[in-house]
Write a protein that binds this ligand. Structure first.
Ligand code: SF4
Ligand code: SF4
Length: 76
């Protein structure tokens, strides 16, 4: 696992919420994690992730689909 930056792969994302559920900062219950990820995908609504994320990139490792959720947060 290198430090190479890749893009969020929306087609691989199942919107499972695991990334924000396992995030050490947010640690959202799974249903809230799913809802928060939907808000992140929907540019029109504010996302708590954007103000609290500390860029640790752990969520990219937690994502079971290797969709690179951190890179979506970075884009937003
Ligand atoms: S980015 Fe990965 S962990 Fe996050 S909702 Fe999508 S598939 Fe699940
Ligand atoms: S990069 Fe941000 S959203 Fe991802 S696990 Fe770290 S603090 Fe959480």
């Amino acid at each position: 696992m290198g430090a190479r930056i890749t893009a969020f792969i929306e087609a691989q994302c199942t919107r499972c919420g695991v990334c924000l559920n396992k995030c050490p900062v947010l640690a959202l219950p799974l249903d809230e994690a799913k809802a928060e990820f939907e808000r992140l995908l929907d540019r029109r609504t504010p996302s708590a992730v954007l103000s609290r994320c500390n860029s640790c990139m752990s969520c990219n490792l937690y994502c079971p689909e290797k969709a690179n959720p951190y890179n979506l947060i970075l884009e937003r």
